[in-house]
Design a protein around this ligand. Structure first.
Ligand code: SF4
Length: 156
């Protein structure tokens, strides 16, 4: 469990334009790399229904803070045993701001190798961003991170 001070730091840093821009650039570059693989999302909803499909999503504290800051609403209940609270009718309701792990995961057969390579490549860039900007690094399961971060979201 990360303490309130860590979340405050991630929130503050994720709102700085030069850091937010780096996150967006990283996501955009990942999107381009995925397009080149020709993967197709079949909207099965499996990727976001974690326990049911034996798939967990891990995310950095900085990404969670950035994501929560972009959210229009924080009136969200996080159930640690259920699907992602942002999955609605099988689809992601926050597609444009979803974290790295969501972007790279496809349930399509034959995608595992390039997914792993891309994930490692872009996760390394995310680690580098933390190092460059002296941001504390923590990596955690998505719902646990959301449950901690959402109540601490600063008022804007
Ligand atoms: S943020 Fe969107 S893509 Fe990621 S787990 Fe939640 S619903 Fe799925």
């Amino acid at each position: 469990m990360c303490d309130a001070h860590s979340w405050q730091q991630w929130y503050q840093m994720s709102m700085l334009p030069h850091i937010s821009d780096r996150i967006v650039e990283l996501y955009d570059a990942l999107g381009t790399a995925i397009e080149q693989q020709g993967a197709t999302c079949w909207s099965s909803g499996k990727c976001c229904n974690f326990n049911a499909h034996g798939h967990l999503l891990y995310v950095t504290g900085l990404e969670i803070a950035w994501y929560c800051h972009q959210l229009q609403s924080t009136a969200v209940t996080v159930d640690l045993k259920a699907a992602c609270p942002f999955q609605i009718d099988g689809l992601c309701s926050t597609h444009a701001i979803r974290p790295l792990g969501c972007r790279v995961y496809f349930c399509q057969a034959g995608t595992a190798d390039w997914q792993q390579d891309l994930y490692e490549q872009f996760q390394k860039q995310l680690v580098q961003l933390h190092e460059d900007q002296a941001i504390p690094y923590a990596y955690m399961e998505w719902r646990y991170g959301l449950a901690q971060a959402l109540p601490l979201r600063p008022l804007t």
